[in-house]
Design a protein around this ligand. Structure first.
Ligand code: G3H
Length: 536
């Protein structure tokens, strides 16, 4: 039986969880300077509410964030453009070994800021301490792995190819100015899974911070400023229409790295006057189904579906967002699932809990409307979920969700677990064929023939099939992508280095004179590109 969440009074907030955001008040980074914005600002409201005498719980205001205007946004873009300097800037022409050294310096700054980053994640987006620590630490590991992957890439390029009468050296070169926009659910990790590979490949960056999870970037501004040449990394905030529209309309963005909705991605891409010059790396929405086959180990399936659907309150693009339970096992599965969901502990991010308040204003009302729609279509809420208090929404298992219900197709991105039934395996195939999304699926079963049938049916509809385990992005060496409205481009530690670069070749006919010429350039170390230097 679930209990209501309990918001704290001021005095009940432990010292080890408190954070003071005033040192970073209204900061942004432009052209190698940390600037303090004197124009419009907006309050940063935490999903965590406090209870004050005789009043309803009120979100804590953590500080104020700069709401940059068009001119400031264009100044940041101009700084990135200057640092790129048609590919002749200090950063894009720097030897890979030195770029790596700068990145190591940055990582040390990030490690030093760890506790601030963890606390800001807890307060800004309501992520539990354990998950906030994981987000920061996983990001540091991602940077280290990226450095190793770049060394490997560079070693493989430190040789000449001799083919068809030609000699050539092929390397990966940067693209230009990359606009990075991360999401609120992993504001640090997902922003950095594009920003870091783009940066280390020699691109220059404008990073627009997400709607929630902005403050968490600000303790890192000194590390960016100190590690990289001026203008190489610029960090801006503000209303998307005010700051991003004008940036895209210049046509000066060479690559858009955006994690968010396909609706916004399409708007941004259309704003670019020469779309042929824009490369897009997009991580978009998904409606990943889990399938419970009659042969499934129900205990395992329930455990994985609870984690898959409700980690960080269901606010993951990879979350399980609809469960197909075979009619023969659906009642048993749903009863176990509802009991497991009702047993989840709720509280504040610094407590030992799974469920926490939600950062999006109005989210509880939106989730309620989705539930009401499913119930009007014949489903019922199983267990004690569906209630809300201020910014908190108690997760609801809803069953059986009819195909006409919004929850059958719409991404809820929150703590609702819709379950529907099926009889024939083709129904799953049909769902994926008609879905606008194509990220992942999770199959639970022990019958090899049924699993093999579904794998073959679905493998060209999604980009990852998880067997007896929930959907997820990691490990970061695996490709992370999707079909249709779920993604464009592939990210993984090594794929991202490729995504933010282009293959460039210096070639000559393999005559004795040309070979001698190239040999002299290499032995006298006259070029950074034409080089056989080996990076250890
Ligand atoms: O929101 C999407 C994240 O990339 C999910 O990552 O599956 O490791 O939680 P995760």
């Amino acid at each position: 039986m679930s209990t209501p969440v309990s918001f704290p009074t001021d005095e009940q907030i432990p010292a080890a969880a408190r954070v003071d955001a005033s040192p970073w008040d209204r900061h942004w980074l432009c052209d190698g300077e940390i600037r303090t914005w004197t124009g419009d600002t907006a309050p940063v409201r935490s999903p965590v509410c406090v209870v004050r005498a005789g009043a309803e719980p009120e979100p804590v205001v953590l500080g104020r964030i700069a709401m940059l205007d068009r001119a400031a946004a264009l100044e940041a873009l101009a700084a990135a453009r200057r640092a790129w300097d048609h590919g002749r800037g200090a950063w894009p022409t720097m030897r890979v070994g030195e770029r790596i050294e700068r990145m190591v310096t940055f990582t040390a700054g990030m490690r030093a800021a760890r506790e601030d980053l963890v606390r800001l994640l807890m307060w800004e987006i309501g992520k539990t301490r354990v998950d906030s620590e994981t987000e920061v630490d996983r990001t540091v590991v991602y940077i280290q792995d990226t450095i190793e992957a770049l060394k490997e890439l560079d070693r493989n390029a430190a040789r000449f190819s001799v083919t068809g009468g030609f000699v050539g050296q092929i390397r990966r070169s940067p693209l230009g100015v990359v606009l990075c926009m991360g999401p609120f659910n992993y504001p640090l990790n997902e922003t950095f899974t594009t920003l870091i590979p783009a940066l280390i490949m020699g691109n220059t960056i404008v990073s627009k911070l997400p709607r929630f999870g902005q403050l968490v970037h600000l303790p890192l501004l000194p590390a960016f400023r100190d590690a990289f040449p001026a203008g190489v990394v610029n960090v801006i905030q503000g209303d998307g229409a005010t700051v991003i529209g004008p940036i895209m309309e210049t046509g000066d963005v060479d690559c858009l790295a955006f994690i968010g909705s396909s609706r916004v991605a399409n708007i941004l891409e259309r704003q670019h006057p020469r779309p042929n010059r824009l490369r897009s790396i997009l991580g978009l929405e998904a409606k990943n189904p889990a399938v419970i086959l009659p042969s499934a180990d129900l205990e395992l399936a329930v455990k994985e579906c609870v984690a898959g659907a409700l980690s960080f309150n269901g606010q993951r693009c990879t979350a399980i967002k609809l469960i197909f339970a075979h009619a023969d096992v659906a009642d048993d599965f749903v009863a176990r699932l509802a009991a497991a969901v009702d047993a989840l502990a709720a509280g504040m991010p610094w407590e030992k809990v799974t469920l926490t308040p939600l950062p999006e204003p109005g989210k509880a009302a939106h989730l309620r409307a989705l539930l009401d729609d499913a119930v009007a279509g014949g489903a019922r809420v199983v267990g004690t979920g569906g209630g809300s208090q201020a910014t908190f929404f108690r997760p609801a298992v809803v069953f059986p969700v009819a195909p006409a219900a919004r929850l059958y197709r719409e991404e809820q991105f929150g703590p609702i677990v819709p379950v529907t039934t099926f009889r024939e395996l083709d129904e799953i195939d049909q769902f994926m064929r008609t879905s606008p999304y194509g990220q992942q699926v999770a199959l639970f079963g022990t019958d090899p023939a049924q699993l093999a049938h579904l794998v073959d049916a679905l493998v060209n509809s999604v980009c990852r099939i998880n067997l007896n385990t929930q959907c997820r992005r990691g490990p970061d060496s695996f490709p992370f992508t999707g079909r249709k409205d779920s993604a464009e481009g592939t990210l993984s530690v090594s794929d991202a280095l490729r995504a933010f670069s282009i293959r460039t070749v210096v070639a000559t006919t393999a005559t004795a004179t040309n070979q001698e010429l190239v040999g002299e350039i290499v032995t006298r170390r006259l070029s950074s590109f034409l080089s056989t230097d080996f990076l250890f």
